[in-house]
Design a protein around this ligand. Structure first.
Ligand code: 3PG
Ligand code: MG
Length: 419
């Protein structure tokens, strides 16, 4: 059922609760938090412009990181307000809270078209708990609800689920923003009956993250191409040696079942035929998550389906790129989720970049529809400067995956249906 969208609303003079996903990557530079990728902000601009031009008073609500109910200064949305004002070319007010007197006062003096960003809603534990009292307080701030936060739509939190439910009960309209509409179109409608050949490229670290998507797409895809560390769990399932590669030994049964289903349904299911391997060594340095940084030495090509005991597989090799590119070149529809290797390290980025180029080429030459399912694959495409060459790049990570698995997203389900 299609959802009501911002195009269906009349927001003149009304207070619009606009949930956006401004959970953007930040880095500290000279004591300041700097946004390193503003895509999620840029992608909401059409919705903001439309609602502002129509005279709505825009109250933007968002989260940043996972502060777990604490006022974590590094997770403040203040730098986002400044960035948004820049991009929008108009002032954006900011209040360092999402509730209370200051917020109410600021909203009270807003004029039609004004834009206000509230502080990180996850500074309150009640947000993630979808607390009814908290939702009630937030809902009181607005007349109309708009969700443009596709990336957070898989969360049943107060700002994504509780608030719209209460507003709808009060007779307020709850609609999808333009970004939300586009995400649902490309990841939903376009993949409902995809033009054949439909080629699915899946990568990333874990089979367990992708197995539900694989299972569902085996019903529709003509070919599934596997890369990333998850390929090694498939190799393990086939009885090969995987050395130090990242594997999930408890997922070999699941991998075997996917291979069997592909066989039954006549879906081409391709695994890498060569790879780039290296010898990993733990260092004394710790990464952001407090785990030892691993250095890779002795990088080389491996043509054997078995990995040497002391080495790990980190990228697909040139023969795999050729094999996969041939499949991609025939496609009319492509869905890609997950990188082919550890692309953050240049030595292991070639495979992912080459697959990106193949996807770009079939999009340009054959008018294939290419849909990139968010997260790391989007990051990799941008790193390869191929961002503008595909039909659609999702702004969702976990949300895209859950949606592709066929799950109902609570933040979407709660919106009004179009009549
Ligand atoms: C994301 O970045 O995936 C979304 O903003 C959701 O964030 P979360 O995984 O912390 O809920
Ligand atoms: Mg996430």
């Amino acid at each position: 059922m299609a959802k009501l969208t911002v195009r269906d609303l009349n927001v003149r003079g009304k207070r619009v609760f606009l949930r956006v996903d401004y959970n953007v990557p930040l880095e500290e530079k000279d004591g300041q938090m700097v946004i390193t990728d503003d895509t999620r902000i840029v992608e909401t601009l059409p919705t903001l412009r439309l609602l502002s031009e129509q005279g709505g008073k825009l109250i933007l609500v968002a989260h940043l990181g996972r502060p777990k109910g604490k006022r974590e200064p590094s997770m403040s949305l203040r730098p986002v307000a400044a960035k948004l004002a820049d991009l929008l070319g108009r002032p954006v007010a900011f209040v360092d809270d999402c509730l209370g007197e200051k917020v109410e006062k600021t909203i009270g003096i807003m004029q039609p078209g004004d834009v206000l960003l509230l502080e990180n809603v996850r500074y309150y534990l009640e947000e993630e708990a979808n607390d009814p009292g908290f939702s009630e307080k937030l809902a009181k701030l607005a007349d109309v609800y708009v969700n443009d936060a596709f990336g957070a739509a898989h969360r049943a939190h107060a700002s994504t689920e509780g608030v719209p439910r209460i507003l709808a009960q009060r007779g307020g309209q709850c609609a999808a923003g333009l970004l939300m509409e586009r995400e649902l179109k490309f990841l939903g409608e376009e993949l409902e009956k995809p033009a054949a050949p439909f080629v699915v490229i899946l990568g990333g670290a874990k089979v367990s993250d992708k197995i539900l998507v694989i299972d569902r797409l085996l019903e529709k895809a003509n070919a599934i191409l596997i890369g990333g560390a998850m390929a090694y769990t498939f190799r393990l399932a086939q009885g090969h040696k995987t050395g130090q590669s990242l594997v999930e030994p408890d997922k070999t049964e699941v991998a075997r079942a996917a291979l069997a289903k592909a066989n039954e349904r006549g879906v081409k299911f391709l695994l890498p035929v060569d790879d780039v391997i290296a010898v990993p060594a733990k260092t004394d340095k710790l990464n952001k998550k407090g785990k030892p940084v691993i250095e890779y030495k002795d990088v080389r090509l491996n043509h054997d389906l078995n990995c040497p005991d002391d080495a790990a597989g980190l990228d697909v090799g040139p023969a795999t790129v050729k094999l996969y590119s041939n499949e991609i070149a025939k496609a009319k529809t492509i869905l890609w989720n997950g990188p082919m290797g550890l692309f953050e390290d240049k030595r292991f980025a070639e495979g992912t970049y080459a697959i990106g180029k193949a996807v770009a080429e079939v999009t340009r030459k054959n008018g294939a529809k290419s849909i990139i399912g968010g997260g790391d694959s989007v990051k990799a495409l941008k790193q390869a400067k191929l961002g503008d060459t595909v039909s659609f790049m999702s702004t969702g990570g976990g949300a895209s995956l859950e949606f592709l698995e066929g799950k109902i997203l609570p933040g979407v389900a709660v919106l009004n249906d179009k009549n």
